[in-house]
Design a protein around this ligand. Structure first.
Ligand code: GDP
Ligand code: IMO
Ligand code: MG
Length: 427
């Protein structure tokens, strides 16, 4: 059985955690391939709610092996506290595998992230302050620290020295901060080495061997398509590739192994942090979406910006990810609106534009062109099949599917595992 990718089709927080957890019971491996603890994935199992940041959502399914791939950036202190938090709640985390090639978010990279944002002032990105950007920058600059470096003190020291050489100049001379001592960082990192050792593995080999043995592997994206460093709304993006290609580079599994790419798509749109957002609402509707949808960041606690569904973005996600399916989430949140506007195209400087413009200036000027669909008032949280949905809710889903370019194979009608309507099986 080949591999599947599950990723965010918008600006993150689409409900990837819930969708992954739902599939976790039927797959052998769930693998994070990029990002780090900037992610906040909420999973609700019965009356228990879990907020996962770094661990793949498959960790809550006992039969599933969770894997942190080489493309992820790992803050060891966050990883260890997330593991112990789950252990305290009775979750077995002993199967976790951690790539020895994954890069480590060092304490100085958390500092650099925060200091840089402060320095940017009103031009800031609104990062999560978790050190993500600086850690990927170090990786690309070839001064990064990898998990395997924790097991060779002399190499680790040399690498921390190399990384801090430039950073300390920046911190002291540009940002007016104190220099960070190499010894202190090395000591802290070495302190994590033995605690992480049981999990460290050659995950590329493990995953490819699993696929050869017909095991089912699910790749779980963090963030979303429009936050992708290459395909997102640059520079208001994260520093990795949440899009489907990232699943290959971030795990060492080739594209020929991937048979299905599932885009998680919220029935409306949200965004956290700065950057363009054509359908953003600043009125009571936006406030109502935030309130009813519980749109508050799992990682930073910031209010999410809210707006109507944007089909231009959904079509773009279909294209850049080669989506085979959508999993539409939070349809229940729209219950109660008499009319629901959906953005079908943009107007840019008087022209109607059907596809996402590559030019950032055009995108910044894009005004949504809305079509209004009739809403429904019936409670849909108990719906088990498509035919259980009121006619107008069915029509809303069908309209979104037509506009978005891939079949909607599942619909979320509540946060719980079983509050899902399955239309086409993913496995
Ligand atoms: P992720 O980052 O993509 O995993 O999404 P988040 O966990 O940050 O945000 C999604 C939120 O919506 C979480 O609180 C989920 O429990 C919740 N959620 C997911 N699917 C549904 C759904 O279909 N209906 C409702 N009402 N809530 C959902
Ligand atoms: P999940 O996986 C929503 C946003 C931040 C900021 C930008 C860059 O829960 O969907 P970073 O710290 O990554 O350098 O911040 O990206 N961002 C997210 N927004 N959901 C996320 O993750 C996000 N991870 C990062 O708000 O705008
Ligand atoms: Mg989230």
């Amino acid at each position: 059985m080949p591999a599947l990718v599950l990723l965010g089709a918008q600006w993150g927080d689409e409900g990837k955690g819930k969708a992954t957890d739902l599939l976790g019971g039927s797959v052998d491996y769930v693998v994070r391939y990029q990002g780090g603890n900037n992610a906040g994935h909420t999973v609700v199992v019965g009356d228990q709610k879990y907020a996962l940041h770094l661990l793949p959502s498959g960790i809550l399914s006992p039969g599933c092996t969770p894997v942190i791939g080489n493309g992820v950036v790992v803050d060891p202190s966050v990883l260890l506290s997330e593991l112990s938090g789950l252990n305290d709640r009775g979750v077995d985390t002993s199967k976790l595998l951690l790539s020895g090639n994954a890069h480590i978010i060092t304490p100085y990279n958390v500092t650099v992230d925060k200091v840089t944002e402060r320095f940017l002032g009103k031009r800031k990105i609104g990062t999560t302050g978790r050190g993500i950007g600086p850690t990927y920058a170090d990786k690309i600059n070839r001064v990064g620290i990898r998990v395997q470096d924790l097991y060779d003190e002399s190499i680790l020291t040399q690498k921390v020295e190399a990384a801090l050489d430039v950073k300390n100049q920046l911190l002291t001379k540009l940002y007016n901060r104190r220099a960070i001592a190499v010894d202190q960082v090395v000591e802290e990192l070495l302190g994590y080495a033995e605690k992480l050792r049981p999990y460290v593995a050659d995950t590329v080999l493990v995953l490819n061997q699993a696929l050869e043995q017909d095991k089912v592997v699910l790749f779980e994206g963090g963030q979303g398509t429009l936050l992708d460093i290459d395909h997102g709304t640059y520079p208001f993006v994260t520093s990795s590739n949440p899009t489907a290609g990232g699943a290959c580079t971030g795990t060492g599994v080739g594209p020929t192994k991937i048979s299905r790419v599932i885009g998680i798509l919220k029935a409306y749109t949200t965004r956290v942090g700065a950057g363009p957002f054509p359908t953003e609402l600043f009125d009571e509707d936006g406030e109502a979406l935030r309130r009813i949808g519980g749109e508050r960041g799992v990682t930073t606690g910031r209010d999410r910006r809210c707006g109507w569904f944007d089909a231009v973005i959904a079509r773009y996600a279909t294209r850049v990810n080669g989506l085979t399916d959508f999993f539409l989430t939070k349809l229940d949140v729209l219950t109660g609106w008499e009319q629901i506007p959906v953005c079908v195209a943009y107007e840019i400087d008087g022209r109607r534009v059907e596809e996402l413009p590559y030019s950032q200036s055009d995108f910044h000027h894009a005004k949504p062109v809305y079509e209004t669909l009739p809403g429904w008032s019936e409670d849909i949280t108990g719906a088990k099949s498509f035919s259980d949905l009121p006619k107008n809710a069915q029509n809303y889903v069908k309209a979104l599917e037509e506009m978005s370019g891939a079949p909607i194979s599942a619909i979320g009608v509540g946060p719980g595992r079983d509050e899902t309507i399955e239309i086409n099986s993913f496995l």
